[in-house]
Design a protein around this ligand. Structure first.
Ligand SMILES: NC(=O)c1ccc[n+]([C@@H]2O[C@H](COP(=O)([O-])OP(=O)(O)OC[C@H]3O[C@@H](n4cnc5c(N)ncnc54)[C@H](OP(=O)(O)O)[C@@H]3O)[C@@H](O)[C@H]2O)c1
Length: 289
């Protein structure tokens, strides 16, 4: 049995969906009502990482775990890895991030992920780290601005990033979860090309068949917007990360998706066409915005 966490999020949702198409899968979710993956072979355990009894229930009889965490403060990786070790789990596949292997990346979020990886290593459970670059789905945060004014506002419009489709990250994780010989390995994962925010805006404009304008945000305006949504260390980490992108640190393309799945990584052109409705005027009404 494989246990999937983060199944209401961008990658875990896809991992659960892809695994459930092939066999039984168990999901740990703290808000099961938000799950979109259902079906005969899907077993759901309600609970969160801080609830050891729920973790133990979820891990009973499990051979492999797909682990997604996103708290900047909670020791969630340590909690899940300790419970997995006690349950005799044979393989823990952790969703991490590409920046952890880049010496120039020293922001709060990257440091946290390095600590999280270390906690998994120290648990004694055989591990694999899947370390993606920026998700294409982050551009969904542009949807309200696109709908209301046709304007995308972001930092550093000409800075390239080899962003990756979360579906491909999931496919790589599924290959690792269901294959052999991946223990003790870390896989950097990127999309097929480096693309800028200005180019992504142009691509969305083509898909939506309406003119969109890119407006570059200054650092101060970006900081104000980030501080309205995140605690200061997280907001600063996003700014530092954007600055590394401006300096060209996120443009490298790696062949991992092809190597692990046998299929080429999807470009932003495909992702944007498949998610056009999320940017369309009606989407806001349904989302209750
Ligand atoms: N976004 C990017 O560009 C990017 C790039 C590289 C790496 N990453 C890494 O990807 C990870 C996030 O992946 P994602 O975007 O697929 O996920 P996400 O959309 O951020 O969702 C996080 C998932 O984890 C679940 N979760 C969080 N805390 C939990 C807890 N205490 N107990 C149970 N479930 C919990 C959430 O459940 P709820 O629905 O209940 O909240 C949700 O399903 C992070 O580690 C991030 O560093 C992101």
């Amino acid at each position: 049995m494989i246990l999937v966490t983060g199944a209401t999020g961008a990658v875990g949702r896809e991992v659960a969906g892809q695994l459930s198409a092939a066999g039984p899968v168990r999901i740990l979710a703290r808000r099961p009502e938000r799950l979109t993956v259902r079906g005969g072979g899907v077993e759901v355990v309600e609970g969160e990482y801080g609830d050891r009894a729920a973790l133990d229930r979820a891990l009973r009889g499990v051979a492999s775990v797909f682990l997604v965490t996103n708290s900047p403060t909670e020791p969630d990786d340590e909690r899940v890895a300790a419970a997995a070790a006690a349950a005799g789990v044979r393989h823990l596949v952790k969703l991490s991030m590409m920046a952890v292997e880049e010496p120039g990346a020293d922001d709060f979020i990257t440091r946290r992920q390095r600590e999280n990886e270390q906690a998994v290593r120290e648990s004694g459970v055989p591990w694999t780290f899947v370390r993606p670059r920026t998700f294409m789905s982050n551009t969904l945060s542009w949807a309200p601005g696109i709908r209301s004014t046709g304007v995308v506002r972001a930092l550093y419009g000409d800075a390239p990033v080899a962003c990756v489709d979360p579906r491909d990250v999931a496919a790589a994780a599924v290959a690792v979860l269901t294959g052999t010989g991946h223990e003790g390995r870390a896989y950097a994962v990127s999309g097929p090309e480096a693309i800028t925010a200005r180019e992504q805006t142009a691509q969305l404009s083509r898909v939506l068949e309406r003119p969109l304008r890119f407006e570059e945000l200054g650092v101060d305006a970006a900081r104000t917007a980030l501080l309205a949504k995140y605690p200061p260390p997280v907001a600063e980490a996003f700014l530092q990360s954007a600055e590394r992108q401006r300096a060209g640190a996120k443009a490298a393309v790696v062949p991992t998706i092809q190597d692990l799945t046998g299929r080429p990584a999807r470009p932003y052109r495909i992702w944007s066409a498949e998610h056009a409705e999320a940017f369309a005027p009606e989407a806001g009404r349904f989302a209750g915005e």
